[in-house]
Write a protein of this length. Sequence first.
Lengths: 289, 443
Amino acid sequence: MNTGHKVRKFGIFAALPLAIFLVVLVLPFAQGFFLTFTNWNGFKYTEFAGIQNYTKSFQDDAFWTTLWFTLKFVIVSLVAVNVVAFGLALLVTAKLRSATILRTFFFVPNLIGGVVLGVIWQFIFNTALISISQRYSLPFFQESWLNETNTAFWALIIVTVWQSSGYMMIIYITGLISIEQDVLEAARVDGASAFRTLMAIKIPLMAQAFTISLFLTLRNGFMAYDVNVALTGGGPYRTTELISMHIFQDAFAFGNFGTGQSKAVLMFLMVATAALVQVSISKRLEVQR
Amino acid sequence: MKKTMKFGAIALVSAVTVSLMVAAPAKALNCAKPKATVTMLGTIKPEIQDQFLGAVADYNKSQTCFVVKSIPGDRKLTFLQNVTPMYAAKNAPTIMYTLQEIPDMADKVMDLKSTRLARLVSKDLLAAGNVGGKQVGVPSTAEAFGLLYNKTVLDKAGVDPKKILTRSDLEAAFKKVEATGAGAVRFSSIWWSLGAHFSNMYFSTASKTKAGRLAILDGMADGKKDLASDPVFKDYLATFELLKKYNQSKPNTTDTEYDLSVKDLATGKAGFWFMGNWAEPNLLTASPKTDFGIMPLPMSNNASAYGNGSIPVGIPGYFMIDETQSTSWERKGAIDFLTWLYTSPAGQKRVAGPVSSGGMNFIPVYKGFTIQPETFMAKEISTYVTSAKTLDWMNTFYPAGGQDLYGASGQKLMADKITGAQYADELEKAWKGSVKTWRGEKK
C-alpha cells in the first residue's frame, strides 16, 4: 500500500472522528488548562496569575473535605455496584425461565437520566418511605435519610447502585456467556462444585469484564454529579457534596472560576492516575486464551 | 445620618403612597424595523411564573414591534451558572434579573440612568443597582421578611402581634399559642432563609447607621470583627435559640421544608413562621379565607433597641439589559417592555394585582402606580413603611455564594451540630477575605 493510499484511507475513516475528538475534547481541555493560570472570571481574563489558583485550591479546607467524602463514595459505590451487578449477571445467566424479563427489568433504571432518578428517589426518601414507616410504625425511615449526613451518604449509594448495576450487569453477562462451554463441562465432569467453578474458572476467564466494569464504576464514582445535585443537592449543610459538585459550586455559585477550573484539572489528574493503576492491575489478572 | 438610616422610609413612602400621578401611556414606537425577539432569563421569581408569563403575553399582544420571550433557565442553578454558558455561546439573554451578582455583570449591561423607569424610582432604591455611577439595574418590587403569622391562630390564643415588643414578649406569645394546641413557630432549616434572611437580622441591626453597618461588613471581610463579643450578636443568637426551642417541627433540611411550612401555617398547625411576604400568595392559595400578617422579629429584650419594632424591607432583584451581545433594537424592546410593565395600566394590573386574578401581588416601587396590593400582609407592610419602621437588607451586599455558607452554618446550629460560638467562628471564617463590593472593589 503506498503512502497516498494510506493517507486517503485515514482521511475517510479517521479524520471526522478525530476532528470531533479534537474540537469537543482536546481543545476545551487545553483551553481550560490554560485558564487555570489566569484570573478568568467566567467571562474573560485580564492577567496571568501563575500557579496562584492551584495554591488557593490546596489551601481550601472544603476541597479536602469534599475529596475525602468523594473517596469514600467511590470505594463504597465501586464495591457495591460490582457485587450487585455480578450477582444479577449470575442470576440472569442461570437457567431461569424469567431470565430475559429480569434482564430487561434490571437494566431499565439505567435508561432513566440521573436528574430524573434523583428527583424520584428524593420523593421516595422524603415523602413515600416516611409515610409508610409512620403508618406501620417501622423503625427505619421515620425521618428522611436526606436530612442527616450519614444516611444521605447511603442514600447516594443506594441510588447509584440502582442506576449503574443494570449496565454493569450487561458487561458481566457478556463475560459469562463468552466462557467456552467445554471448559465448564470439563469442570463438571471433574466434579467441581458450582462455587469452585465460579472462583476457579468463571471469574479468571472473564477478568476482562471486571477490568471494564471496575474502570467504568471508578470513573463514574469520581465524576458523579447529576444524582448528587438532584438527590441531596450537597445537603445537609453542604456535607454531601461530591468533588464534581464542589467544583461546579466553587466556579458558578461563588464566582471563583480560577480555583474551580484548577480543581477540575486536579480532579482529572486524580481520576486518570486511579484509572491507570486500576487498569494495569486488572490487566495482569486477565487470562490469555 | 437619619436620612440614610431610614432608607426604606424615604424610598418606599414615595413609591407606595405617592400613587396619585397618573402614568402616561408609553409612546407608540415607530416599527420600521422587523420584529425583534427580546429574551429574558427566568420569570423574576418561580412563585409568580404564570402571572409573569401572562404579563409577557399581554405585552406581546399590545404592540407589534417586539416579541418578549422568557427563557426558563435551570432553577436548580445559580444566576451565574445559567448566564455564563449563554455568554460563552454568544447567546446572552437581553433582560436579566438578579441581586448579588450585579457587580459581576456591571461591565456587560446598559447604563439605565436616563431611562424613564430610573426617573420614577427614588435614588435610595436605585442604590444597590448602581455600580461606580453606572445604573446597572432597575428594581422589581419591594419585599419584606419577618415573622409571618396566621391571624386566626393568634386570635384564638389571645395574642396581639402589635403588643409583642421584646424577645420575652415573643416567648410569652409562643406559650399562649402552644396552649391552644397549635405549634408555636415554624423555624425553617432552609439554607437561603437562614443564610440570607435570618443572618440579615444581625447585620441590619448591628449598628443604627448605614455607615456603621457597612463598617461591620468591612470588619468581617478583613477578619477583624469578633462576633462573640458583640452584644447585638448575643441577642441574635438568643433569638435563634428561642425560635429553635419553640420550633413546631424537627429541623428539616430537605427540599420539602418550604411547602410543608406553607401548609402548616396555612392550616393553623403553627402560629408563626420566619419567612417573607413572597410566601403570601402560596399561603392564600392554601387557605384563601385566612388573613396572614407580618410582624417584626424582636431581637432584644429592650423594647427600644434599634430594629426591635421594624421589619427588613428591600429590593429582591434588579433588571439588567445586556449591551454586549444584543442589538440596539432589542435593547429598545427590552426597555419598552419593562416600561410597559411598570407604567401602563395593563402592566400595573399584572404587577400589583392579586394573584387570584393573574397579578404578581408586588409592592410597587415606581411612582405613578394606580393599583395597590390589597392583601392583609401587603397592607401591613405599607404601614411599617409609612411609619418608617423598616430595616436595611444588608444581604444585598453579601458576596456571591456567601449565603450558601452562612446558611449551612445556620442549619448546623439548628440541628445542634455546632454551638453558637462555633457558628460565630464559621461566619467569621466564611466572610474573611470577601471582596468589598459595597466599597466598589472588584474581584
